[in-house]
Design a protein around this ligand. Structure first.
Ligand SMILES: CC(=O)N[C@H]1[C@@H](OP(=O)(O)O)O[C@H](CO)[C@@H](O)[C@@H]1O
Ligand SMILES: [Mg+2]
Length: 549
């Protein structure tokens, strides 16, 4: 069987590639200005069909979103059959197809892909797709659908939904009717699964005070509205920033990325948040979660992905012990270089901790090597993975006391509460609430597990980010030559100083991260390193940012 070239040609001509734009399938899929993505969407539609054929007709997911980016941006990501990110080798195929300059070149690239990836075109192709609330979504989805039609895929439209729900659907569809059935393959199935597990986990605990949820004016608002109906009085949620149809509102001065990068309270919450009350923020596609509260002096305190990892890991370790499974089940943590040094110290005193390069796929794969792998990026994206062996151990274990039995049940319920396909703000929020309810922790008590080192993230615009090459999980530069030694020399002068430089995988910038014992020193170190990077790579002195030292 060969490609339906005539159909592809007719449809491809309706979605010409804009000249002078190079697209890259990076850490976050394709992501750029929504108005430039029509051809990319069409081509990704065909690619998804081919990916499904390659995997014997298993269902592939396609999510149209640009997450926490500004509203005019959009993007698209593929989801592999177990609900995980697209296999790395196919990222290059995606980039290739997206950049073919003409319809002819595109068809040639497709034929080439079929050949090198040995795709059997007679296999069926199945796809489930969804989008976030961005205004450019409907027309981009229409282009995607043209791609599905061109390759003759069987499709299911999941409509406007969160990224983690789409991942849940992919895994549920592909495991339907097997012993590993992940869940009922619908949004109701997802809500039911999470809320049932949550209610069992908090049964008998005193009700927590209401939780403010900043929905970033994105699709998370819809999911929060929905879960409220299922939670009953087990948890009271107060949604804010739910204006999903107000132009320009998405991620604007709200949401998890705003909170993390500005280390500030979203201004829209200022009149609602009382000192001591906890609140959380989702990002634009609801796969990141940040918690925060105001201390008794009204100071903003942030509880980021590192704090979530510490809270959750300690809880799971306690349960494993209490269930009498300490020998069988080992818990481990995965972080990136952006994890706060305070958290790394706290965690590595207690558990195995692995550091991997930025990007969820790296964290996810490393977490799979533990019996229970807890991974969170500092920005709030993360989850917990229970290995297949661990899930069997939990199912087979015979508790010898009522206390062991209770702990075992909690662990089993956690495997249901946690979305193990990908970071999920809604599921992670319920997880945090379970731990807080069990420990009777306020935000302040949770916060006091360890103290964050002051830190600063700075972007440096350089003429060519490709000259920056790293090693040791991005913590050291190997290129440009000599630069790392100069960074080391600076870092040595600061108490508890740490700094690293890496090229961004999602923006045309180099990122500098620095931390130190006190705020002013962390800022100074960051701006010194930024200045060094700028000068050493030929930055124009006339345009040197004033804050660089
Ligand atoms: C410092 C930072 O927050 N980096 C983010 C950002 O990657 P960069 O490669 O740093 O641009 O976007 C990634 C995808 O969303 C996310 O995984 C990562 O944590
Ligand atoms: Mg996101």
């Amino acid at each position: 069987m060969s490609l339906p070239v005539d159909t592809i040609r007719i449809l491809a001509d309706r979605h010409p590639k804009p000249a002078n734009i190079r697209f890259t399938y990076g850490t976050a899929g394709f992501r750029t200005l929504g108005s430039t993505l029509d051809s990319v969407m069409f081509r990704v539609g065909i690619l998804a069909g081919l990916r499904s054929k390659k995997l014997d007709g298993k269902t592939i997911g396609v999510m149209v979103t640009a997450s926490h980016n500004p509203e005019p941006d959009n993007g698209v990501k593929l989801v592999d059959p177990r609900g995980e990110m697209l296999e790395a080798a196919w990222e290059a195929h995606a980039t290739n197809l997206a950049n073919a300059p003409t319809t002819d070149a595109f068809i040639e690239a497709l034929e080439n892909l079929v050949k090198i990836a040995k795709i059997d075109l007679s296999k069926p192709s199945r796809i489930v797709y969804g989008r976030d609330t961005r205004p450019s979504g409907p027309s981009l989805v229409a282009a995607l659908e043209d791609g599905f039609q061109a390759i003759g895929a069987s499709v299911r439209n999941a409509g406007v939904t969160t990224t983690p729900i789409l991942h849940y659907l992919v895994r549920s569809i592909n495991t339907k009717g097997t012993k590993d059935e992940y869940g009922i393959d619908s949004e109701e199935g997802y809500m039911q699964k999470l809320s049932t597990a949550f209610k069992k986990l908090v049964a008998g605990k005193p009700a927590s005070p209401p939780l403010i949820v900043d929905c970033a004016n994105g699709v998370g608002a819809q999911a929060v509205d929905e879960i409220i109906k299922y939670l009953g009085d087990s948890l009271q949620l107060i949604p804010h920033n739910t204006a999903t149809t107000t132009p320009g509102a998405l991620n604007n001065a709200c949401g998890a990325d705003f909170v993390k990068t500005t280390q500030k309270l979203p201004p829209s919450l200022a009149q609602f948040l009382k000192p001591g009350q906890r609140a959380c923020s989702f990002d634009g596609d609801a796969d990141r979660l940040m918690y925060f509260y105001l201390d008794e002096r009204g100071q903003f305190r942030m509880l980021d992905g590192d704090k979530i990892a510490a809270l959750v890991a300690a809880f799971i370790v306690d349960l494993v012990k209490a269930a009498g499974l300490e020998e069988e089940i080992k818990v481990g943590i995965v972080q990136t270089a952006y994890a706060n040094g305070g958290s790394t110290k706290y965690l590595s005193d207690r558990l195995p901790v692995k550091c991997v390069p930025t990007g969820v796929k790296h964290l996810h794969h490393a977490a799979e090597h533990y019996d229970v792998g807890v991974y969170f990026e500092a920005n709030g994206h993360g989850t917990v993975l229970f290995s297949p062996d661990t899930q069997e151990t939990l199912a087979a274990h015979q508790p010898s006391t009522p206390a062991q039995s209770t702990a075992l049940n909690h662990l089993v319920n956690l495997t249901q509460l946690i979305n193990q396909t990908v970071g999920d703000a809604l599921s992670d929020m319920l997880l945090v609430e379970v731990v807080l309810a069990h420990k009777s922790y306020s935000g302040a008590e949770w916060d006091s597990l360890y103290v964050d080192l002051p830190n600063r993230l700075v972007k440096v615009v350089v003429s060519d980010i490709h000259i920056f090459k790293t090693e040791d999980a991005e913590r050291r530069l190997v290129s440009p030559p000599g630069l790392q030694a100069k960074i080391d020399e600076l870092v040595r002068r600061y108490e508890a100083g740490r700094a690293f430089v890496r090229p961004s995988g999602t923006e045309a910038v180099v990122r500098v991260y620095a931390e130190a014992m006190v705020r002013a020193q962390a800022d100074e170190l960051a701006f010194r390193v930024a200045g060094l990077v700028y000068d050493e790579t030929g930055g124009d002195p006339a345009r040197r940012p004033a804050e660089f030292l």
